[in-house]
Design a protein around this ligand. Structure first.
Ligand SMILES: Cc1cc2nc3c(=O)[nH]c(=O)nc-3n(C[C@H](O)[C@H](O)[C@H](O)COP(=O)(O)OP(=O)(O)OC[C@H]3O[C@@H](n4cnc5c(N)ncnc54)[C@H](O)[C@@H]3O)c2cc1C
Length: 475
């Protein structure tokens, strides 16, 4: 398993909850332009502000609290999940490998926030039991088995595998569930959290500007850097990356969630998340996803429709009716549920891409062979896991910002899984790291020399003994 050592973000050490940045920027501190005001853009900005950068966030839209369509980051059920998330489709090996670390960085930060009752209230982040049910033994599905085994090796609290979870939650025993496990997970009330995150970054000094970037960032990089006085540009535009990053492999996966009242009047209040993941064995994308949003709202889902980009679902759409019937069959109490009169159906487009999450520097080269590398850093394609991966990805972006400021050559994401070559290592070493490497090399050479000397001595002693034996035999 990957470790948290790579680019950790630890609450109280690398980021603070104080209104001012951990490290105050000076007039000469580097300036970062973050494009996108969803969870990715805001959390990345928070991490960069606490490292002492000047940050400007430019976004087409911000979180809104009207009845109009909200940001994808607000639509999210925002159940923290160890990857891959229940909505499926997150299958790229490199992205999955990194997502495990990203999700754990986020888990620890969110658990820290939720541990303080006042902060939990303010931020909308709570730790709740989350239960995952399966209609086949977990051992029959390699992906789910790996996920469950991994979960037990991490800091995730409260793991318990127990089929009696079905009876404990008044679920229909005839639904077909044969296996289940639970653990504690952060659940985020996204409207509340987006307001809180905007407040955090503004109080730490971020400048927020409403503007749409309508071109590929690579093509207008110099112009934008000059206009905003930016040393670095971070792309956090989610699905906007189809144009802004020129990434034609970006695509939406439509999701929908029915919102019902969870005030305990119609059925016993649901206080934990209950889910049946997309089925990698039978290829079904029609998941069960029941998540208590805040004190009064319960989200009922879900669906996962790849390449659907219209937000035209209604409560009468066949797929939504099937989703509701599926959840009611699973948890019969839901038949008594009343819809949220203000906002009965939330729908949004999960920002996927073929190779899943991209946290990477721009790899395209400029025309002149003498030009410095692009200073654009991408963080998009988080699919159904933008909240779960938020702080982990932001830590990697911060490391890429440092690398990019030195104009070091960019490396593709895949490079992290490949042992770096000597020249790659050389290019990224600081003087202190070089000193450590030097001492290690000296040790290796001393040990190598001494082991060579020991084996030479062994050979000499063995051959002398053999000679003596031969002489004795001839006598
Ligand atoms: C139904 C549903 C359920 C989900 N459930 C979960 C869950 O349980 N857990 C979880 O972790 N995640 C979940 N997600 C996924 C999560 O919502 C996304 O992964 C996350 O919102 C991605 O955040 P983002 O900031 O990258 O993108 P977005 O939220 O889409 O934000 C992008 C921002 O960029 C701005 N922008 C876009 N284009 C431009 C441009 N050209 N110029 C300037 N600004 C631009 C937008 O205005 C916006 O502010 C769910 C999503 C859906 C739809």
């Amino acid at each position: 398993m990957s470790s948290l050592k790579d680019n950790p973000v630890v609450l109280g050490k690398d980021i603070s909850l104080e209104p001012s940045p951990l490290k105050s920027p000076t007039a000469s501190s580097p300036r970062v332009l973050v494009v996108g005001g969803g969870v990715t853009g805001l959390v990345t900005s928070w991490v960069l502000l606490d490292r002492g950068y000047h940050v400007t966030i430019v976004s087409k839209e911000w979180a809104s609290h009207t009845k109009a369509q909200r940001l994808t980051s607000q639509i999210a059920g925002a159940l923290w999940e160890y990857p891959p998330a229940v909505c499926g489709h997150h299958k790229d090996a490199i992205s999955l490998h990194r997502s495990k670390r990203w999700s754990m960085v986020t888990y620890n930060i969110m658990a820290g926030v939720a541990a303080d009752p006042k902060l939990s209230e303010l931020s909308g982040v709570r730790m709740k039991p989350s239960i995952f049910f399966f209609c086949h033994p977990i051992e029959d599905d390699g992906i789910q088995l790996d996920k469950m085994m991994d979960i037990q090796k991490t800091d995730i609290q409260g793991f318990r595998r127990d089929i009696s979870l079905v009876q404990e939650h008044d679920l229909d025993p005839n639904y077909g569930v044969v296996d289940a496990y639970e653990h504690l997970a952060p659940i985020v009330d996204t409207d509340q959290a987006m307001t809180w995150l905007m407040g955090v970054v503004q109080s730490k000094g971020a400048r927020l500007l409403t503007e749409t970037i309508d071109r590929d960032l690579f093509e207008c990089e110099e112009e934008l850097r000059t206009r905003f006085g930016a040393d670095i540009i971070v792309n956090a535009t989610g699905l906007g990356s189809y144009d802004v990053a020129g990434d034609k492999t970006s695509y939406p996966i439509r999701g929908g969630l029915i919102r019902v009242m969870n005030d305990g009047k119609d059925f016993p209040k649901v206080t934990e998340a209950l889910a049946i993941p997309a089925d990698s064995v039978h290829g079904s994308d029609e998941i069960v996803f029941i998540v208590p949003r805040n004190d009064n709202i319960l989200l009922i889902g879900g669906i996962s429709e790849a390449h659907e980009n219209q937000l035209d679902l209604t409560l009468e759409s066949p797929i939504i009716k099937r989703m509701r019937a599926r959840c009611e069959a699973f948890m019969p109490d839901l038949k008594k549920a009343r819809l949220d009169p203000d906002y009965p159906l939330a729908q949004g487009l999960r920002p996927f891409r073929t190779k899943n999450v991209r946290v990477e520097r721009e790899l395209r080269k400029k025309d002149s062979p003498f030009a410095a590398p692009s200073r654009i850093i991408h963080s998009y394609g988080h699919g159904g896991a933008g909240w779960s991966l938020s702080f982990g990805c932001a830590g990697d972006v911060a490391a890429l910002v440092e690398e990019s400021l030195k104009d070091l050559p960019p490396k593709p994401m895949a490079a992290a899984l490949i042992r770096p070559t000597f020249s790659e290592t050389a290019a990224t070493q600081t003087p202190e790291e070089w000193a450590t490497v030097g001492i290690k090399l000296l040790w290796i050479s001393v040990l190598g020399q001494s082991s060579q000397w020991v084996s030479r001595m062994k050979m000499r002693v063995t051959s002398s003994i053999n000679m003596l034996l031969k002489i004795r035999q001839t006598k």
